[in-house]
Design a protein. Sequence first.
Lengths: 161, 125
Amino acid sequence: MTLFPHPLVSAVIALLWLVLTEVSAGQLLLAAIVAVLAGLAYRRLTPDPIRVRRPRQILRLFLRVGGDIIRSNIAVARLIVTQGRDHRRRAGFVHIPLELTNQHALAILAMIVTATPGTAWIEYDPREGRLLLHVFDLLESDDWVDIIKSRYESLLLEIFE
Amino acid sequence: MSHLDQIHPLIAVLIALFVLIGTVLTLLGTVGLLRLGSFYERLHAPTLGVSWGTAGILVGSVLMYSTLGSRPVIHELFLGIMMMVTAPVTLMVLGRAALHRDRAEGRPPPGSDAPGHPLKRGTER
């Protein structure tokens, strides 16, 4: 049995511990203990290790999501202020068929969808690989299946699978 | 004399701008939470506070403390990551609970009456 089944998780937790306290011999020892315990605990939660195939694409995804978050923040804030005076807002559900099956990739997609105002992750059916999304403003011009699949899923597939 | 005097006025304005953006977005999210019509719509409002509401305040904080040079700015980075990681958990629990209730009561969730809508034709159990 290895002490570090998830080296990345352990390293990040040790770093976080040292940053939030101070760098000294005692804190270093505590950080190491916490990192080992957290790594072992995390293995019980998720057996498959995190494998990143194309690390360079992470930056691309990060920039793309960052831009989208700013844009949708402005859009949703405006809709709340105008109360639908500009146009009639129609909220509703959309089903997105996903090819992603990797748990970590799905978790990242959930974070992206949540962090982007205007879309909410409601339910994922792992058997059919189908995601139920609630969209704040369903504009006729937007094809949500295409937006999720081409903007985020394709990059996540490249990174993780 | 406070330590705030060490900050260049131009940077102080920039910090104020970011903090203002963050707080206004958080406020709008809260207003939305209060005034929007259905539960699923209300789910969207607080995400304003989680995304740029938080980011604006954090960027202001990074600018301020990196100019003062009193501590590394990595705290804000971790704070932002923690917000991003934990927000979907609550949102999913609330969203799924609402959907479960709607299905159990045999009532189509609001917004599912649109033509060609996935939840309309009784494909859901």
